[in-house]
Design a protein around this ligand. Structure first.
Ligand code: NAP
Length: 484
């Protein structure tokens, strides 16, 4: 039950020691709401990463031989420690990331839920016996931890994205070298504090901040690392895939999205509006599953637009720590500039502002929740992830057209649609080329269900019973010569 500053570390965790960068260099961590520095973290590079990998590799020898029950207990204790410190961890998260405190608490709660889930899954990593085609031999299938895992995470969910990686890695018996986003390193370093508190052995979790190119380069090229798990943009994901190919590492990639949100004429309007607000404006539109494109059928278009813009106007812009704020700042100046580019492109091509549409007097990084009508396929947000609080509303006529438009992207992470017609619910769900589909639901992430994209949105699944598979090697053992 500490305060947020109890979890703030200005050093990195390597081999169980909190240390500085070799050259003493640091990076500033900025509060997005104020633009002011809230501290520094080490600007580490290749050498520190190599030592972290070597420590994880040494720790793996012993950790991989702990029992599933021992690892489950460590993870349960970690989950409890997170919940015991939920308020402090949430405040730390909001200070570096900007999201409203209630959302930060929700994220920290999700981290605890993922860790608990994988504590439970640790005890269910079963093998197989297979009926043998030979009378004198037996066939066994065993599963073993892949080894050292390199984990790279983004700034939009600085706590829970690590939970989805640390949880299954430790459940399987792997050790970890984690590199968080430079904008939000404190929530990651807090994992090190928690791990120490609950007695996770030194070297099992290492956390390095600093140069993405150097740390990422070492993690992807060092042969001691057997798996790379990454959440972030598709561009960086492709680069890491190429780099990891040289030493043929296992990879999990949770990449960008371009989520469509379809509202059919027969939708429950109030429900669709509530779902659209949640799916669009959570974390100020900065989530990979955030609605990027709203497609509304002609018969309900005007009514939806009115109700949606009314609901959007109820969002309260403010710093994440301000009482009652529901829409925080964007992460940095570049994010605001990108939103403004999307706006001027769309307005130049005929979009109409229904509400919002400009920066907010609260500060440089605050942008109003914005609804745009008359969006069309030539506008940049039809193809690219907005990652900000703009909701473009497109009109469609038929179900076929809606499905075609929804699938017309190289991404395939999340899609949502609203209908009361059961046949349509199955037809559309089966035709959507997306890894996650919400039917009459705008917020569907849970630790018990598989999270992961189709197409260029990624490779592999996080959470659920599938989430541990990517951290395991499957071994076939043929037993003969024993007089069977
Ligand atoms: P990003 O620019 O790809 O950065 C993500 C991480 O990669 C950061 O830790 C970053 O470090 C690191 N990185 C950047 N360049 C690298 C390199 N050359 N080698 C190794 N690491 C490198 O993404 P972001 O802007 O932080 O996050 C937003 C993106 O993440 C969006 O596209 C979003 O859709 C996606 N995302 C996907 C999911 C999912 O589950 N599918 C979830 C959340 C977010 P630095 O910060 O030091 O540059």
């Amino acid at each position: 039950m500490g305060s947020w500053s109890d979890f703030r570390r200005d050093s990195i965790l390597v081999a169980g020691q909190w240390v500085s960068a070799d050259n003493g260099g640091v990076l500033d961590v900025i509060d997005p709401a104020t633009g002011e520095s809230i501290g520094t973290v080490p600007n580490a590079g290749v050498a520190e990463t190599r030592r972290a990998i070597e420590s994880a590799s040494a720790a793996f020898e012993k950790f991989s031989r702990t029992t599933a029950a021992e690892r489950a207990k460590m993870l349960r204790d970690l989950s409890t420690a997170i919940l015991d410190n939920q308020d402090a961890l949430a405040e730390l998260l909001t200070r570096e990331q900007g999201k409203p405190l209630a959302e930060a608490k929700g994220e920290v709660g999700m981290s605890a839920a993922y860790i608990l889930w994988f504590a439970e899954e640790a005890r269910r990593v079963y093998g197989d016996t297979i009926p043998s085609p030979w009378g004198d031999r037996r066939i066994l299938v065993t599963k073993s931890p892949v080894g050292v895992v390199g984990a790279i995470t983004p700034w939009n969910f600085p706590s829970s994205m690590l939970a989805r990686k640390i949880g299954p890695a430790l459940a399987a018996g792997c050790t970890v070298v984690a590199k968080p986003a430079s904008q939000t390193p404190y929530s990651a370093l807090a994992w090190g504090v928690l791990a120490e508190q609950v007695g996770i052995p030194a070297g099992v979790i290492n956390i390095i901040t600093g140069s993405a190119r150097e740390i990422g380069g070492e993690l992807t090229s060092n042969p001691l690392v057997r798996k790379i798990t990454f959440t972030g943009s598709t561009g960086v994901g492709k680069l890491l895939l190429k780099q990891a190919a040289e030493t043929v590492k296992k990879v999990s990639m949770e990449l960008g999205g371009n989520a469509p949100f379809l509202i059919f004429d027969d939708a429950d309007l109030d429900r669709a509006v509530a779902g659209a607000v949640a799916a669009k404006f959570r974390n100020a539109g900065q989530t990979c599953v955030c609605t990027n494109r709203l497609y509304v059928q002609a018969g309900i278009y005007d009514r939806f637009l009115k109700a949606f813009s009314n609901a959007t106007e109820k969002l309260v812009i403010g710093a994440g720590l301000e009482q009652g704020a529901t829409l925080g700042p964007l992460i940095d100046d570049a994010a605001v500039a990108k939103v403004e580019e999307f706006m001027s492109d769309a307005l130049g091509k005929g979009a109409r502002v229904v509400t919002g549409g400009k920066r907010h007097p609260k500060g440089d990084r605050f942008y109003e929740a914005t609804v745009l009508a008359d969006a069309n396929a030539t506008m940049n947000f039809a193809r690219d992830e907005i990652f900000g609080p703009i909701a473009p509303v497109f009109k469609f006529e038929t179900e076929d057209e809606a499905v075609r438009l929804a699938n017309d992207t190289e991404f395939g992470l999340a899609a949502y649609f609203y209908t009361q017609d059961l046949g349509r619910a199955f037809r559309v769900s089966e035709r959507l080329q997306y890894g996650l589909v919400g039917i009459n639901e705008g917020m569907i992430t849970t630790e018990v269900a598989p999270f992961g994209g189709f197409k260029e949105s990624g490779v592999g699944k996080e959470g659920s019973k599938y989430g541990v598979d990517d951290y395991l090697d499957v071994k076939y053992v043929c037993v003969g010569g024993l007089g069977l």
